[in-house]
Design a protein around this ligand. Structure first.
Ligand code: UD1
Length: 384
């Protein structure tokens, strides 16, 4: 029998878990692959990490590095030190990194230096804003990766423009949508709307955590003004990211946020509860990259409080509108949304829930295990 392949997938922060879950599901059905999950511990609170493992049926990570929070350099360095030991010990055939967080760049750099091949899932996205830490993480990770799995065509163009050989680039769709498709029914069954006492189509769901929005007082004050304006149209549910909560408290603005009458501040929510609220929101207001894509797929109106997006298809073909922190624009568009005026998504065929299978097919072909994969991208059931 031929040798087993060992693949390591890295998770670190909240937006990584729903991307690795479908990959893990596919690899666990391929006999010739041993798939390990390394959690760097960049996010460690139960509601930023453990709840996602439960909601997404992910097994406990095989290895936990426990790096925690720190400055960018320190956090990245701690991941690299921990991950280097893992690579030396485990000698994987491939490291799979997803998205654009500090753990993504740290592990791709560590692997590349040890000459372990790297696959980047969600490659090629560019906001062209180098003030975003994620943009730097994307550029470096892509430059170092051997396999670049892309979610939308603009990503292919960006990579080709940066001189990456076309043979390494694979347009496969979005693993995050795989999770949405897989868990949509379970999310529908969540009782979160009755817990929060809201009804479908009657509320705005808000998430904000980008440093450019929440790390300075003037912008947080603008966000407060935006919330005061949009609560007129419906209740506003705002699960607060730990970074945002910390800043609101530091700037002494918590009383002001709490005094917005129809604003409901909650702790961060799990995957299924959040998905449930997103599917039935009248409007989503966000600065997250992933949520722009999820609302695009779900055909839910999305107002992005940023000036740029790394996911242009969500604007060109989807429900997403970029509004920056322009209070008047956000208020005006919210009014339109509640009047029922919004563009609908034209969801591309490639967002079909099978991106992880396409990724596995590419990898198995490349590692000479073509027989592990059936045509059409479906993975043969192993005799586990
Ligand atoms: C990180 C990612 C960002 C992603 C976001 C999703 C980077 C550079 N940024 O940003 O791309 O969109 O995750 O959530 O990788 N904290 C806790 N508990 C936790 C995690 C964080 O309290 O479990 C607090 C700490 O005070 C920490 C702060 O949040 O300093 C920021 O965490 P960090 O991981 O540095 O960045 P995020 O803003 O979460």
């Amino acid at each position: 029998m031929s040798r087993e392949l060992k693949f390591i997938s890295v998770v670190g922060a909240r937006p990584n878990f729903m991307k690795v879950a479908p990959l893990h599901r596919v690899f666990s059905r391929i006999e010739s692959v041993r798939h390990l999950i390394v959690h760097t511990g960049q996010h460690y609170d139960a509601n930023m990490s453990k709840i996602f493992f439960d909601d997404l049926d992910l097994p406990k990570p095989d290895i936990y590095l426990g790096v925690g929070s720190a400055s960018h350099a320190e956090q990245t360095a701690r991941v690299m030190i921990g991950f280097e030991k893992v690579l030396v010990e485990e000698k994987p055939d491939l490291v799979i990194v997803v998205g654009d967080v500090n753990s993504t760049v740290a592990c791709s750099l560590t692997a590349a230096k040890l000459q372990v091949p790297v696959a980047h899932v969600e490659a090629g996205l560019r906001s062209f804003d180098r003030a975003m830490p994620e943009e730097l993480n994307r550029i470096v990770t892509d430059a170092l990766s051997d396999y670049l799995f892309v979610t939308e065509f603009a990503g292919v163009e960006n990579l080709v423009h940066e001189g990456i050989h076309e043979e390494r680039i694979f347009l496969v769709g979005d693993v995050m949508v795989d999770s949405l498709v897989m868990y949509r029914d379970r999310a529908k069954a969540s009782g979160i709307k009755s817990v929060l006492d809201v009804t479908a189509g009657s509320y705005t769901l808000v998430t904000l955590h980008r440093p450019s929005n929440v790390d300075n007082e003037a912008n947080l004050a603008k966000i407060l003004e935006i919330l005061e304006r949009i609560e007129k149209y419906g209740r506003v549910i705002f699960p607060i990211h730990p970074r945002t909560r910390k800043r609101i408290e530091e700037f002494g603005l918590m009383d002001d946020f709490q005094s917005v009458k129809r604003l409901l501040l909650t702790d961060p929510l799990g995957y299924l509860d959040f998905m449930n609220l997103m599917m039935d929101a009248r409007l989503v207001v966000t600065d997250s990259g992933g949520i722009q894509e999820e609302t695009f797929f779900l055909n839910v109106p999305c107002l992005t409080l940023r000036d740029t997006t790394e996911r242009p298809a969500t604007v060109a073909d989807g429900t997403n509108v970029l509004a920056g922190l322009d209070v008047e624009k956000v208020a005006g568009l919210t009014a339109e949304c509640y009047e029922g005026k919004w563009k609908a998504s034209k969801v591309p065929d490639i967002l079909d829930g099978h991106a992880a299978e396409r990724i596995a097919e590419v990898l198995m072909n490349s590692f000479g295990k073509k027989d592990a994969v059936m045509s059409g991208g479906n993975i043969k059931e192993s005799n586990k």
